[in-house]
Design a binder for this molecule. Structure first.
Ligand SMILES: [Zn+2]
Ligand SMILES: [Zn+2]
Length: 315
């Protein structure tokens, strides 16, 4: 299961109700802050999730509404939060700008109080753990090296407990090895093959996050049958020309992508102050009914085949 908590859902500038782009994706003990617009640290406090383990930050691109919050976050981390190192992943162009912001403005020659790792990513898997991985994929927006992120649990074969009981396989290392796909010899001498106790392979949960983007034609494959697609919808179709000029999407374009890719749930973010939320929702739902327009502090649990809105975590 993945969880996503929206910290800021406004495009370009904050509004009374929406902070600038930022969200946290969580999987067990892992947390990934995606983008860090100005004001993100206050949103973190307000969400009640704390700063712990928020030391891995993925940036979609280098526009200021997605990165300015890094300066304040570093300043706070270095003063009183128990974070020893900070990893920031992004494409090169954004990383250069982040470097200027952190080293040129925040630190100005001072030694970083915590280890800062600026990690340039390339398309492909850049974070891989036994039960999930994160893949970066290029997206087209203004400026080079913009990325979207796919969070994906590894496919697995569920263990058939009743079947194992019927075969009288004792608990302990034999079952563990079978779960891991290894043949075992039981104390009574019988050999058991994993196929005898493992169900057919199930695809893992998939969550796709796309930040600012002006073109969807090259995203259909990566979004294919995702359990949730989080993507910007900065404009409405009335202003499709402007959307094109600034390399953003309309709500309708985002919904058409969701439909084409066969995703289960669409969540729109990066919402402009120029529109009413219900108009954004209506335009998207006319094409793709399973659409939600994210608000700050919306929190979802995403499992294979379902995406449930829950009350925000309070620690
Ligand atoms: Zn933006
Ligand atoms: Zn942008």
């Amino acid at each position: 299961m993945f969880e996503i908590l929206f910290l800021g859902t406004s495009a370009s500038a904050p509004s009374v109700h929406r902070g600038l782009s930022s969200q946290v994706v969580m999987h067990d003990e892992y947390r990934f802050l995606i983008d860090c617009g100005e004001g993100t640290q206050r949103q973190i406090l307000q969400a009640g999730i704390g700063f712990k383990r928020l030391n891995r930050i993925l940036i979609t691109h280098g526009h200021l509404d997605h990165i300015l919050g890094l300066a304040g976050l570093l300043s706070t981390f270095s003063r009183w939060e128990a974070i020893e190192e900070l990893e920031i992943f992004s494409g090169r162009w954004a990383l250069e700008r982040i470097h200027d912001l952190l080293y040129g403005v925040v630190l100005r020659g001072a030694r970083p109080p915590i280890a800062i790792h600026l990690r340039e990513i390339q398309p492909g898997v850049f974070f891989d753990k036994p039960d999930f991985k994160v893949t970066a994929f290029p997206v087209q927006h203004r400026g080079p090296d913009c990325y979207g992120y796919l969070f994906e649990e590894h496919a697995r074969r569920p263990f058939l407990v009743e079947q194992a009981d019927r075969l009288a396989i004792p608990p302990g290392p034999w079952r563990r090895d079978l779960v891991n796909g290894q043949e075992v010899t039981l104390p009574d001498g019988r050999r058991i093959h994993p196929d005898q106790v493992l169900d057919s392979e199930r695809q893992g949960t998939r969550l796709v996050h796309v930040g600012d983007v002006g073109r969807t034609s090259d995203l259909v494959d990566i979004c294919h049958q995702a359990d949730v697609l989080v993507i910007e919808a900065t404009y409405l179709q009335d202003e499709a020309d402007m959307a094109r000029d600034f390399a953003h999407l309309t709500a309708r374009q985002a919904a058409e992508l969701a439909l084409q890719a066969g995703v289960k749930q669409l969540i729109l973010t990066h919402i402009s102050r120029r529109y009413r939320e219900r108009d954004v929702l209506a335009e998207a739902q006319a094409i793709f009914p399973a659409t939600h327009v994210a608000r700050d502090f919306d929190h979802f649990q995403v499992r294979r085949g379902e995406c449930i809105k829950v009350d925000t975590l309070k620690e």
